[in-house]
Design a binder for this molecule. Structure first.
Ligand code: GLV
Ligand code: GLV
Length: 330
């Protein structure tokens, strides 16, 4: 009898095909996530050995207890703040995730938001489509230079490092903050021509023209950027968030944009997520805010790699082996 796995959304074929070779695979085929109740019922009915989930699923102890046979959880994401890691540890259920393969892709997208917000691409397109483009304008839609500006990276992990690396081509000064200096990253960046300076977060906020967030969501990073942090930032500053929505306090962001404590923000992640189209933050679109629907890792190649990696983690767990990419509490 093949082990049974429950996959909470259709992931790219590269992952499903890998699973179908060895397992009895059940996929939730809807566009929106199954409810927690539905995940619990399905795991119980299937007595599933494996669960492959997404960042939009809330996986707690109750879910883990639904199937008496659950051996492994694999998430199709690098972040695992949606999984109760203590509950998994108590039950000896290994949790896999997809680090590394999405770092460069996510960094590319952080840069896309940075360039878009600095140089007002979305506003420019609206201007054309609104029929306002009558002539070339000497001060039309001017924004700050990106080149030679100061980039502040909060969280110098894999993704933060790739964001910093990309600053080389723009001759930027790079500051970073983290719980401790990342000397490996500094060395790697130095080879790429980027002299990344470790500073405390206060200094980073005060000095940076662009602040880009690359921390995982946990208690210590919840609303890391709130009213006092916005007040520390330059009025010219632009905030980019491709990490997790709740790292930024949305009410404080609304006020910071309203009162011009900072100039603009680019968000790929929001609180709440999904962000309703009529949320008050969207009052600031597009002049002060650009928002995208959590697509920073969404390159075709990376999503295929994530699917294979998530399937490999699941397979390793079902075989009783250690996971090639195991999530662990910091
Ligand atoms: C995306 O946000 C991920 O965690 O993979
Ligand atoms: C994620 O891979 C990170 O370490 O930034």
């Amino acid at each position: 009898d093949k082990p049974t796995v429950y996959v909470t959304r259709r992931i790219p074929d590269a992952g499903i095909e890998r699973l179908e070779e060895d397992y009895d695979v059940h996929v939730w085929e809807e566009k929106t996530p199954p409810s927690k109740e539905h995940i619990i019922e399905t795991l119980a009915d299937l007595e599933a050995e494996g669960l492959l989930c997404l960042l939009s699923d809330d996986i707690d102890g109750e879910v883990m207890d639904a199937s008496p046979n659950l051996e492994v959880i694999s998430t199709f994401s690098v972040g695992y703040d949606h999984i109760d890691m203590d509950a998994a540890a108590e039950r000896d259920i290994p949790v896999g995730h997809t680090p590394g393969v999405l770092s460069e892709t996510t960094a590319d997208f952080a840069w896309s938001l940075l360039m878009t917000t600095a140089r007002r691409t979305v506003e420019g397109q609206d201007y054309v489509l609104d029929g306002e483009w009558e002539t070339w304008g000497p001060t039309l839609l001017t924004g700050p230079d990106v080149h030679h500006a100061t980039l502040g990276v909060i969280g110098m992990g894999n993704i933060g490092t790739e964001v910093a690396r990309r600053a080389a081509g723009f001759d930027m000064d790079v500051l970073y903050s983290d719980v401790e200096p990342n000397e490996d990253a500094e060395a790697e960046l130095a080879e790429a021509g980027v002299d990344a300076q470790f500073v405390d977060q206060d200094e980073l906020l005060a000095e940076s023209d662009f602040v880009s967030l690359h921390v995982p969501l946990m208690d210590a990073t919840h609303h890391l950027i709130s009213e006092s942090e916005f007040k520390q930032m330059k009025e010219e500053a632009i905030l980019i968030n491709t990490s997790r929505g709740p790292v930024v306090d949305p009410d404080a962001l609304y006020t910071a944009l309203e009162k011009d404590w900072i100039t603009r923000a680019g968000l790929d992640v929001t609180e709440p997520e999904p962000l309703p189209a009529d949320h008050e933050l969207t009052d600031h679109v597009p002049e002060k805010l650009v928002v995208t629907p959590h697509i920073a890792s969404a390159s075709i190649q990376t999503r295929n790699k994530m699917a294979r990696m998530a399937a490999d983690n699941l397979a390793a767990g079902l075989a009783g082996n250690s996971l090639p990419n195991s999530a662990h509490q910091d």
